[in-house]
Design a protein around this ligand. Structure first.
Ligand code: NAP
Length: 305
């Protein structure tokens, strides 16, 4: 099997992973959206990583989805709403037994991807690292964090897992990746939409704790009905801890809205509401929150799905 890391999406996280893997001497190939993006990338001459005060450019080869050659290992580094359409385009190039590492936040996109690539192994990731694009092809590593990777259908550690530590990417193979993703989703549902509605940093929610607590009660019940009792443990306390620890930060959803970008709402709060409906659980607080958020996004002419 080829050991090349194909990386789809040279955005914030995709570039961060690509530069670190390339720096460690791993074979990396970027997969870009179309010929126009490929030409723009080639004119730039590579991806630039800014870490603290060090700026380094990496001349990583790139191609489009329709490029040549089979793909054995792919890091899917686009937003959740782009994941399944991107894999549908790449499907003809996926080798038998290809491994896909899915970096998407939230839940729902992983199943959509698996439907498009039924013969591939889908490895789910949950990342607390932070990166943002200062401009095209230039990424700033903004927050140290950690990555958990796991496969709900197969506990075996992939043979390439050691590449990550060799590249300085902090990561652990997780046997409870779904629990991690659900817990992160619940934290996100309790914090991010309210920061958009109240137009505040995370710490601003200290003035709305009864509302946050009510959401946590519904979310905990939902997690238990979805078979994720462990993800429900001490949720309200953890949400308050995160609000205090990140009081000066703006949530990712807040930042997306402020920048006029589409949010990943459908794979976060939307997923929670959909799973609750599937289990016949009434979640009036979450439903009301979703409706207020949809109205807010529509008033800003942003996609609300
Ligand atoms: P991003 O900066 O918007 O990058 C996404 C990239 O995907 C863009 O470069 C986009 O291309 C590319 N893309 C979309 N569809 C494509 C296609 N069909 N073919 C090729 N490229 C395609 O997003 P991000 O911040 O890295 O986030 C990726 C995921 O990681 C999200 O689910 C996010 O929630 C999660 N995450 C991010 C962070 C972070 O710090 N950034 C932290 C934790 C989790 P164009 O440039 O052409 O638009």
């Amino acid at each position: 099997m080829s050991s090349t890391w194909h990386i789809l999406g040279a955005g914030s996280l995709g570039s961060l992973w690509a530069c670190r893997l390339a720096r460690a001497g791993k074979a990396v190939r970027l997969v870009l959206r179309d010929e126009q993006r490929l030409a723009a990338y080639e004119a730039e001459g590579g991806l630039t990583l800014i870490e603290q005060h060090q700026t380094t450019q990496f001349a990583i080869p790139a191609q489009t989805c329709e490029g040549e050659g089979p793909i054995h290992r792919l890091l899917l580094a686009c937003k959740a709403y782009d994941a399944a359409p991107a894999i549908a385009r790449l499907a003809p190039r996926l080798a038998e037994g290809a491994e896909l590492v899915l970096l998407q936040n939230g839940l729902g996109s992983q199943d959509e991807v698996a439907e498009q690539a039924p013969h591939a192994r889908c490895i789910f990731a949950s990342s607390t690292e932070g990166a943002f694009r200062e401009r095209d092809w230039q990424v700033r590593f903004a927050g140290q964090g950690f990555n958990w990777l796991g496969d709900p259908g197969n506990p075996g550690v992939p043979e390439w897992f050691g590449d990550l530590s060799e590249a300085g990417i902090p990561a652990e193979w997780s046997l409870d990746i779904l629990t991690r993703l659900w817990r992160k989703l619940a934290l996100n549902c309790a914090i991010n939409p309210l920061t958009v509605l109240y137009d505040c940093q995370n710490g601003g929610l200290l003035g709305h704790l009864p509302e946050v607590d009510e959401l946590c009660v519904e979310l905990s019940t939902l997690l238990r009905s979805a078979g994720q009792a462990q993800a429900a443990e001490n949720l309200a306390e953890d949400v308050q801890r995160v609000i205090v620890a990140t009081a000066a930060n703006y949530s990712s959803m807040y930042q997306d809205v402020r920048a006029g970008r589409r949010t990943e709402l459908h794979y976060l709060l939307g997923h929670a509401c959909n799973v609750a409906a599937r289990h016949g659980q009434a979640t009036p607080g979450l439903e009301h929150l979703r409706q207020r958020l949809v109205d807010n996004l529509q008033a800003r002419n942003l996609p609300s799905d």
